[in-house]
Design a protein around this ligand. Sequence first.
Ligand SMILES: Nc1ncnc2c1ncn2[C@@H]1O[C@H](COP(=O)(O)OP(=O)(O)OP(=O)(O)O)[C@@H](O)[C@H]1O
Length: 258
Amino acid sequence: MSPVLSLRDATLALGGRELWRGLDLDVEPGTFVTVLGPNGSGKSSLLKVVLGLRGLTGGTARVGGRAVRRGDRRVGYVPQHQGYDTDTPLRGRDLVQLGVDGHRWGLPSWRRSDVVADRLQQVEAEHLGGVRLGRMSGGEQQRVRIAQALATDPTLLLCDEPLLSLDPRHQARVVDLLDRRRREHGTAVVFVTHEINPVLGVTDLVLYLRNGRFVLGTPDEVLRSDVLTSLYGAPVEVVRRRDRIAVLCDCGPEELAG
Ligand SMILES: Nc1ncnc2c1ncn2[C@@H]1O[C@H](COP(=O)(O)OP(=O)(O)OP(=O)(O)O)[C@@H](O)[C@H]1O
């Protein structure tokens, strides 16, 4: 069986700059891949490649054995998000309904209330179906957005910083929901974040991008002082305390995945 996602010798350059080169990645069903790296290292661009929105400069990208393409129902996407205006008229169930209808532009739409209710239930948000998005907390909005991304029952879920501006309790809840989804449905997750700690316990693979280079492996293989020192070209110290990690570097103000 083909991996859910497969990149072979994948290279991406944007604006005359190479973001990563020679990336080989196979993501099997149910795998949780965490993508780390400083601002501008190409994390979101990687998701856009998998969504068929951006072409590779070299190599191939396949989803379930087929070349990536736009509007693939097997791929769910939770884009980066800054919150909704308080006067946004959409309610929770409307947003999920958009996920159901999204792939059927031009065809008659009908209410798939069973699907909408099921997806809201999967993220423990049944009570938010009738609530306007602008009246929800950040964590509630994020859960409804995940329900929307699950509307087509995807085999692969791409999440772009879904923990942004959530407090630790809400972060843990979102991570827990994604973890349950991949365990119960085998949905693979590719999760872009700046913070490793909230997802450390569920991460199978870490892809760490930086300045045209990358390292890929299990958290124990990648989140090591010697490996990150080599990636950053400057002394990096990885300190583990209980189930948390701190990444310390003398490389200036550059952001690290603490
Ligand atoms: N359409 C484009 N044309 C040229 N350059 C682009 C384009 N889109 C993005 N870039 C550049 O590509 C680089 C990677 O952007 P990307 O958004 O993938 O980074 P990122 O790692 O997700 O960053 P962040 O952590 O800030 O979200 C950035 O330097 C960005 O300015």
